[in-house]
Design a protein. Structure first.
Length: 156
């Protein structure tokens, strides 16, 4: 379709997006909101397997900036599939620990439980994205988690 209409196509493959505005009650919005809810309640966060599962968590502002850049400037190539993430894998235990510390909650605990079909490591490489766009992620997990916690607290 794009070749027939002399236009380009860019697919942005988003990693684990989190940040202010996300649902805090929908179980499909991810573990950042789930962990935040548990820690705010003073509970120890349960962490599956050995805690070393990794994910690439990307803050919503970085995602919005990537979309804005594609719309305003487009990629350098007519057809692109680009990963939008932080480019850094963060272990689930490290994430849970940061959130627990923020709220003064008990330390997370390893359950050893496994979820069928869960992927052990899922982090993206953003080298092509950095080369194609005028975009660079600005938010690391520590700063992003703190911003989300502040937003959650402001809703009380």
């Amino acid at each position: 379709w794009t070749a027939s209409h002399d236009t380009s196509l860019t697919v942005l493959r988003l990693q684990n997006v989190y940040g202010p505005g996300q649902s805090l009650s929908n179980p499909y919005t991810g573990i950042v909101s789930l962990f935040s809810r548990l820690a705010r309640g003073g509970e120890s966060i349960p962490v599956y397997e050995d805690g070393d599962i990794t994910r690439d968590f990307v803050f919503i502002d970085d995602v919005a900036d990537a979309f804005r850049d594609v719309i305003a400037h487009g990629p350098r190539h007519a057809y692109s599939t680009l990963d939008v993430g932080s480019g850094v894998g963060t272990s689930i235990l490290a994430l849970a620990s940061r959130i627990a510390e923020f709220h003064g909650a008990p330390a997370p605990h390893i359950t050893g439980a496994f979820r069928d079909g869960d992927v052990r490591h899922a982090a993206c490489v953003i080298t092509d994205t950095l080369a194609e766009l005028r975009w660079t992620p600005q938010w690391d997990v520590q700063r992003g988690v703190a911003a989300l916690q502040g937003w959650i607290a402001s809703r009380d």
